[in-house]
Design a protein around this ligand. Sequence first.
Ligand code: ATP
Ligand code: MG
Length: 510
Amino acid sequence: MDEILKEINEKIQALKSGSSRKNVGKIVALADGVARLDGLSQAMYNEMIAFKDGIFGIALNLGETEVGCIMLGDTSSLNEGDEGHTTGKLLSVPVGMNLLGRVVDVLGRPLDNKGDIEAKEYYPVEKIAPGILPRKSVNQPLQTGILEIDSMIPVGRGQRELIIGDRCTGKTSIALDTIINQARINKEGFASGNKDFRPVYSVYVAIGQKNANIARTIELLKKHDALQYTIIVAASASENAANLYIAPYAGCAMGEWFMHNGMDALIVYDDLSKHAAAYRQVSLLLKRPSGREAYPGDVFYLHSRLLERAARLNEENGNGSLTALPIIETQQGDVSAYIPTNVISITDGQIFLETDLFNQGVRPAISVGISVSRVGSSAQLKAFKQVAGKLKGEYAQYKELAAFAQFGSDLDARTKAIIDKGDRLVEVMKQKNNSPKAVEMEIAILWALMNGFFDDIKVNKISEAEASFEEFMKSKGGAVFEKILQQKKLDDDIEGQLKEICGQWKKTFA
Ligand code: ATP
Ligand code: MG
């Protein structure tokens, strides 16, 4: 008898005590990626709710009797009546260098069959944006490699520049060209061995795109050797709305890691129109009241809290930056719709693309008149400012006169000169996608244009001339390019050399 009692006592002693509070609820309704749960009285806003089979949801609606939860990933194995419990954790994703070169889902899980991602750190997907004090103003350029943008709508590190336009106007191409250009600069910078070189890493967030499109993007980046500096976060059109809603925040967390560690990063949200639509869907399923265009009332906050996380931090905070290029798709060029106006007001400028221009073959189809960069020009290279300073004004003047000149035949000499120059400017600005230019080349091209070296070339021969000029500069321009990059501004010496080389080139292109 004693034996038995002793044994029982020992067993009781060995029992592990200690409690963890777990609040358990039951699914009462589950459809379209949204679940309503009964009994989860202790859930926090944005808390991860765990279900069976490793499925997670996020508590978004905290009601008196019910909790509304958006479901991540595939929920086909879940049924009404299944249990879910609180985890005490906010949704987090892996961050760090190991994610570069990878394609991941919104939880940071690999989608590319390249094996597990080892992450030392995790960041919550929702984070309060840096306040005012740790920031500083944008003062370093971020070259897109697209001549028209770098000269007239320059982007700086830490800026938020919106790319906006109708379907199929080249929005994605501008963002991808920027990523490709940064990869090219990274490669050259690392090869140069310069200790002060600051690479730019990219995060591309694909929201609601077709899988085939995402695959094409991955191939393109691979082909240009840019994938190794890029993280791709994919939430394709086939996934439920909750994944699309989380995607940009997850990508942002990955980009923030670079910024917080003193590095520079670029993030592309392609695109936020689909993001807003996904959020609308989630909200309607959660039975939240809807407002203008059936979007919920907090749709402004949806994008402002995301874009405010892009920033330029000051020296005390590590000097890192996160530049954001959000993309918005408009319907018939209507920028005054709800989502476009919201995002325009949150960003530091917009690159506006037009279908008409695109169809006329003016590509990139940027409408210069209504495109602006409100902070980037203070980051523009001095040399660039010297050649491009008056460009936008001249362009505007040309547009005005060109529209007017259609009606009259005899023009005075001055008007004709402006129109002739403008015609050539438009031609020079045309640029194929996936062929970003180096900044020193952009400066040389503009210098040649502004100093009359293209004036006597027929308009329809300009692109040919530009290509030949680039070839010539690549073989003969090494010395002057180096000087431009070193001094960062043009002086008499450099301009003399440019003049000399341009003259030589002109003789070869007759
Ligand atoms: P969507 O609305 O489908 O997302 P989008 O506005 O993102 O389209 P892109 O996919 O970038 O547009 O480009 C549409 C097409 O135009 C592509 O086939 C692309 O190759 C072509 N294109 C884009 N930019 C240029 C360019 N500068 N020169 C020539 N072709 C271009
Ligand atoms: Mg696109």
